[in-house]
Design a protein around this ligand. Structure first.
Ligand code: FES
Length: 98
């Protein structure tokens, strides 16, 4: 199965995770011990909000209800319902993990 890469620019621009086409970005981050806050895991609460710096993600049939218009225009995405269509580059998740 073909995999894509998630580049973690907030750690090191060379650091990446490999992710399968069916795995959500959130799952890949958690499985690799990358700190990210989560709650609903269905795109509703917006707490996992993360900057998408480059590349394409796919929400499939899910709706990113936790994103407002300003966040969409600012290129944020919701990792809990997103899979990778291409390699992606992400910034630091917006809500810090305490
Ligand atoms: S965890 Fe709620 S929108 Fe991602």
């Amino acid at each position: 199965m073909e995999t894509n890469r998630i580049y973690l620019t907030f750690i090191d621009s060379e650091k990446y995770l490999s992710v399968s086409p069916t795995e959500t970005v959130l799952t890949a981050l958690i499985d690799n011990d990358i700190p990210i806050k989560q709650a609903c895991t269905n795109g509703a609460c917006g707490i996992c909000l993360t900057p998408l710096l480059a590349g394409e993600i796919d929400y499939a049939e899910k709706t990113p209800r936790g994103l407002n218009q300003k966040e969409k225009q600012g290129s944020y995405f919701l990792p809990c319902i997103a899979t990778c269509k291409t390699d992606i580059y992400i910034g630091h998740p917006k809500v810090p993990l305490r």
